[in-house]
Design a protein around this ligand. Structure first.
Ligand SMILES: *Cc1c(COP(=O)(O)O)cnc(C)c1O
Length: 439
């Protein structure tokens, strides 16, 4: 299957090239040329299938021309070796818990899948040359990528992060791993880290010496696997409501959104035939998408800091994919997706309300999803919100809101007990380049 650029459908590349490049030469995002509809029988029997079985069917629809089915099955099974259970929170509201992976957030799934797809292509190329992944992080992406790529043969990962500007929990998730993961502690800001990475990709001498690639969230191999769990969520909802027929189940899916990759994968799932009635994009105060829905004009803004900080995005990169999916029609987009935006106070109130009513502790991102369903669900609808991270990942914030300690899961405790290993660097490119050249 070919992948085209959102900036120019005439630019078409193979899956391999799309994965290795990440971004098209004209800076557009790659889109698959076809979105195959899955057969009716698949949806009739979906309630009897496991997460891995469902994911394989979805993965085949995109990747079976480019990755042999055996290898694809191995990649899927290896990526999804943890569950994403649907939990009933209260009447008609369900939480899809996407936080049971290694770093307790949904980005684990895309990062793991991408690492294995990249490894598959590297092995096929048989060049016997190490591929170096450079990733700049303000916290969450670095941990997902580092853990997703941990131990993957033929790939070395360099995580660049701003010294003193990520939480201890986050830092421990990518500085304690060792093996093929190197953490670079940059004396600067996140923007400095991003600039270093971008400059490295453009540096001729460096690229002649070593193979560099990114593990950006816009990469198709990170983005598309996010469609898997929408199907699995629906299958669980069907099983939990056995009396409702396929046509009676009115499913609304609400996605806490920042760069809009997660929700766009859900829109792909719907195009593949998943019977979702409508989507809600839940935002914090960074409400650029909501403003677009209201006015028809997209106006990026600098992001503002909120307590749901993984959604502090002022210019969501996947917005162009949504435009492309709906032929740039504002009417079509607004018919499919509605938007909401919450202040920090509203998010905090939502966490407290859900805890006291349901004894269910939300993280600040999932709380936006919960609130939107509370507010927007009609009589006959059933709502699923994506719980994108475990509340313990944001322990300090959540503890302050609920006035109680949050239990830290074993997995997180293990990271926090590990020994920090990082290499300190300045924010100037020359120092970074010299470091890489010396590897
Ligand atoms: C990345 C992230 C989001 C936003 O997902 P997008 O795909 O960027 O919209 C939401 N919640 C958490 C916890 C995240 O880490």
């Amino acid at each position: 299957m070919k992948y085209y650029s959102t900036n120019n459908p005439g630019i078409q590349v193979s899956l391999e090239e799309a994965v290795v490049k990440g971004l098209a030469d004209d800076k557009g995002l790659f889109m698959p040329e076809k979105i195959k509809k899955l057969p009716d029988e698949f949806f009739e029997t979906i309630g009897t299938l496991s997460f891995q079985e469902i994911a394989l069917e979805v993965a085949k629809a995109f990747f079976d021309e480019d990755i042999e089915v055996d290898a694809l099955e191995k990649i899927v099974n290896d990526t999804l070796n943890f569950d994403t259970p649907l939990v009933k929170v209260e009447k008609d509201i369900y939480s899809l818990e996407l936080f049971h992976g290694p770093t307790l957030a949904f980005k684990d799934i895309g990062a793991r899948f991408m690492s294995r797809v990249l490894a598959y292509f590297i092995q096929k190329q048989a060049k016997n040359e190490l591929v170096n992944v450079l990733v700049a992080t303000s916290g969450d992406t670095g941990s997902a990528v580092a853990n997703g790529f941990l131990g993957v043969e033929g790939i070395h990962v360099y995580v660049l992060y701003p010294k003193g500007k990520v939480s201890k929990i986050q830092e421990s998730q990518f500085t304690t791993l060792g093996k093929n993961i190197t953490a670079l502690e940059v004396d600067g800001t996140f923007d400095d880290c991003q600039r270093l990475v971008k400059t490295a990709f453009l540096d001729k001498e460096l690229n002649e010496k070593m193979r560099l690639t990114s593990a950006n969230s816009i990469n198709v191999a990170r983005f598309l696997p996010q469609a898997f769990y929408y199907f699995y969520a629906y299958s669980q909802l069907r099983s939990m409501n056995p009396k409702l027929g396929i046509d009676e189940l009115e499913t609304v899916i609400c996605v806490p959104s920042g760069n809009f990759g997660n929700i766009t994968a859900g829109l792909f799932a719907k195009k593949m035939g998943l019977p979702v009635k409508r989507f809600i994009a839940a935002n914090n105060r960074n409400d650029i998408f909501l403003k677009y829905l209201q006015t028809g004009t997209y106006t990026p803004k600098p992001s503002v800091v909120t307590i749901a900080n993984a959604m502090d995005v002022g210019d969501p990169s996947n917005f162009v994919r949504i435009l492309d999916l709906y032929n740039h029609s504002h009417a079509e987009i607004a018919a499919e997706i509605s938007g909401v935006s919450y202040t920090d106070e509203e998010i905090a109130d939502g966490i407290r309300a859900c805890l006291s009513k349901n004894s269910y502790l939300l993280d600040p991102h999932g709380a936006c999803g919960y609130l939107a369903l509370k507010e927007g669900l009609t009589e006959d609808e059933k709502g699923i919100f994506l719980e994108t991270a475990h509340p313990a990942k944001f322990a300090e914030t959540v503890e302050e809101i609920i006035g109680k300690k949050v239990e830290i899961p074993q997995k997180l405790q293990k990271f926090m007990k590990g020994k920090k290993q990082s290499i300190e660097l300045g924010a100037d490119f020359d120092g970074f380049k010299e470091f890489l050249m010396g590897r």
